[in-house]
Design a protein around this ligand. Structure first.
Ligand code: NDP
Ligand code: 5RP
Length: 465
C-alpha cells in the first residue's frame, strides 16, 4: 500500500471535513481518532473519496503509514489533550517530521511546544483554521506559523484545499511558531466584535424600531448585497428568517452566549502588550453578562427592562455597522502590529487581510479595501486609520455611528461594542486629551512624576514643593 501524504488525528467536525477536502484534492490521507469505533463509518460514508482515506486504529500504524518526513495534523481540543497527544506520538517520529495543531490553541502553548519539539529535531506548526465545518470541507482560510521546512511540505496541500479569492489561495505562512495561532486568535477577536455589533443592530431594529425578525432578516439580506457584504451579515439575514410553529426561530434560543476563549485571549494579549482592544472586550463582556440570565431577569424586575423607540433610519444603522467594522479591524491590526514587534514576527498585514477575504468567518467586502490599504502602506506606516481610502469611508459613516450609538444609549438599548467604537475613535483622534489630569493625579498621590510639554525630563507638580 502506498504511504499517505498526511495524517489526520481527530475526526470530529473539523478533522473529518479537512480529511475529505484533502482526499478530494487528490491527497492520500491517513486517518485515526481517539474513539476508534466509528472510523470505519466515516470512511464508509466518504463515497468515492474513501479510496484516498487510510483508516488506522493504532497510533503506531497510523504513523508508519505516512510518507517521510511525516506531516500529522491534529484537530482536537487544544490544551491538555494536545500535550498528551504530543507525548504519545513523539516517540514514534523521526527527525524532520512535523506535527500540526490545527485547533484554536493559545499561541503561548504553540511557542512552548515548537521550542520543545525543535530540541528533538521535530517541527511544530500552529495553524489557525477558519471557516467552520463548511469551510474546512470546501475551502478554509488558514494561518500558518512554523518553520520553512514544514511550510515547504505543507504548502502544496494547503494551497490545494484552501478557499480561493479570485483564484488566490487563502493560506499563508505568517511566521515562526505561534504566529499563525496568534493571527487566528485576533481573527476571532474581530469576529466577536463584528457579531456583537450585528446583534446590537438587530436589537435596535427589533426593540427600537419595532421590526419583526423576518423583516430584519430581509434587511440584513439586502445589506449583504452592498458595502456591508460579509459572511456574518449573510448568515444573520438567513437565520432571522427561520420560523418554528409560527414563531421566529431565534426567539426559541436562550439569549446567553457561549465563548471558548479566543476572544478573551485577544484582549489579554492586547493588554499585556500595553494595547487595548476595547471593542473586542466589549463583545466578550456582553457575552459574559448575557450568560447571567437569571440575574438579568431579576434586575429587569427591579429596575425595569424597557427599551424605548429610537428615531434612527436603517441607512444610519448600516453606516454605523460599517464604521464599527472599520474600527474593529483597526483594533485587530493594531494588536497584530504590536505582536509583530514584541515577538519579532515578520507579519505581512496585507497578506493577512488577503487570506481573510474568503473561507473564514470574518470574510467581508471591506477586506478588499483593507488589503489595498496595507499594500500601499508607505503613506500611513501600517496604521489602518491613516490610510486614505479607509479614512474616507470612516469619515462618511462616523456621524451615523455617533447618532446610532447615542440613540441606543438614550433609549436604554445596550450597545457596548458600538459605543466603545465611538470612544476608541475619539480617544485616538484628539491630539490633546485629558491624560494630563491622570498624570497630575498620579504624581499628587504617588510622586510618580510626569513629562512637561515645555521642558525636557521628569518633573513633579507644585503640590510637592
Ligand atoms: N468547529 C469549528 O467551527 C472550529 C473548530 N476549531 C478547532 O478545531 C479543533 C477541533 O474542533 P471540532 O472538530 O469542532 O471538535 P469536535 O468536538 O467535533 O471533535 C473533537 C475531536 O477531538 C478528539 N478529542 C477530544 N478530546 C481528546 C483527547 N483528550 N485526546 C485525543 N483526542 C481528543 C475527539 O475524539 P472523540 O471522537 O474520541 O471524542 C474528536 O475527534 C478545536 O481545537 C477547535 O477549537 C477551529 C476552527 C473552527
Ligand atoms: O474559531 C472559530 C470560528 O472562527 C470557532 O467556531 C470558535 O469556536 C468560535 O469561537 P467561540 O466558540 O468562542 O464563539
Amino acid at each position: 500500500m502506498s504511504r499517505a501524504n498526511i495524517g489526520i488525528y481527530g475526526l470530529g467536525v473539523m478533522g473529518s471535513a479537512l480529511a475529505l477536502n484533502l482526499a478530494e484534492q487528490g491527497f492520500d490521507v491517513a486517518v485515526t481518532n481517539r474513539e476508534v469505533s466509528w472510523i470505519a463509518d466515516f470512511v464508509a460514508e466518504a463515497g468515492p473519496l474513501a479510496e484516498r482515506l487510510h483508516p488506522h486504529s493504532e497510533l503506531s500504524a497510523f504513523v508508519s503509514g505516512l510518507k517521510t518526513p511525516r506531516v500529522i495534523l491534529f484537530m482536537i481540543p487544544s490544551g491538555a489533550p494536545m500535550d498528551s497527544m504530543i507525548a504519545a506520538v513523539t516517540p514514534l517520529l523521526e527527525a524532520g517530521d512535523t506535527i500540526i495543531d490545527g485547533g484554536n490553541a493559545n499561541f503561548h502553548d504553540t511557542r512552548r511546544r515548537a521550542e520543545a519539539l525543535g530540541q528533538q529535531d521535530l517541527h511544530f506548526v500552529g495553524m489557525g483554521v477558519s471557516g467552520g465545518e463548511k469551510g474546512a470541507r470546501h475551502g478554509p482560510s488558514m494561518m500558518v506559523g512554523g518553520t520553512a521546512h514544514s511550510w515547504t511540505q505543507l504548502e502544496p496541500m494547503l494551497r490545494a484545499i484552501a478557499a480561493k479569492y479570485e483564484g488566490v489561495p487563502c493560506v499563508a505562512h505568517l511566521g515562526p511558531d505561534g504566529a499563525g495561532h496568534f493571527v487566528k486568535t485576533v481573527h476571532n477577536g474581530i469576529e466577536y466584535a463584528d457579531m456583537q455589533m450585528i446583534a446590537e443592530a438587530y436589537g435596535l431594529m427589533r426593540f427600537g424600531l419595532g421590526m419583526s425578525a423576518p423583516e430584519i432578516g430581509a434587511q440584513f439580506e439586502a445589506w449583504d448585497k452592498g458595502p456591508l457584504r460579509s459572511y456574518l451579515v449573510e448568515i444573520t439575514g438567513a437565520l432571522l428568517q427561520y420560523e418554528e410553529a409560527g414563531v421566529p426561530f431565534v426567539d426559541h434560543i436562550r439569549d446567553a452566549a457561549g465563548q471558548k476563549g479566543t476572544g478573551r485571549w485577544t484582549v489579554i494579549e492586547a493588554l499585556q502588550m500595553g494595547q487595548s482592544a476595547s471593542m473586542i472586550e466589549a463583545a466578550i463582556g456582553a457575552r459574559s453578562w448575557s450568560s447571567e440570565k437569571v440575574l438579568r431577569e431579576r434586575l429587569g424586575v427591579q429596575y425595569g427592562a424597557g427599551r424605548g423607540a429610537v428615531s434612527v433610519s436603517l441607512d444610519q444603522i448600516a453606516d454605523a455597522l460599517m464604521a464599527g467594522r472599520i474600527l474593529a479591524y483597526a483594533q485587530g491590526f493594531r494588536i497584530l502590529r504590536q505582536a509583530a514587534e514584541e515577538y519579532n514576527w515578520p507579519l505581512d498585514f496585507a497578506r493577512i487581510a488577503q487570506i481573510w477575504r474568503a473561507g473564514c468567518i470574518i470574510r467581508a467586502a471591506l477586506l478588499d479595501d483593507i488589503a489595498e490599504a496595507f499594500e500601499n502602506s508607505a503613506s500611513h506606516g501600517g496604521q489602518l486609520l491613516e490610510a486614505e481610502a479607509i479614512a474616507a469611508k470612516l469619515q462618511a459613516a462616523l456621524p451615523r455611528l455617533r447618532a446610532v450609538a447615542g440613540a441606543a444609549l438614550g433609549a436604554g438599548h445596550p450597545a457596548p461594542a458600538l459605543s466603545s467604537a465611538v470612544s476608541f475613535f475619539d480617544s485616538l483622534r484628539i491630539g490633546s486629551g485629558t491624560a494630563n489630569i491622570i498624570q497630575a493625579q498620579r504624581d499628587f498621590f504617588g510622586r510618580h512624576g510626569f513629562e512637561r510639554l515645555d521642558q525636557e525630563g521628569k518633573h513633579h507638580g507644585p503640590w510637592w514643593d
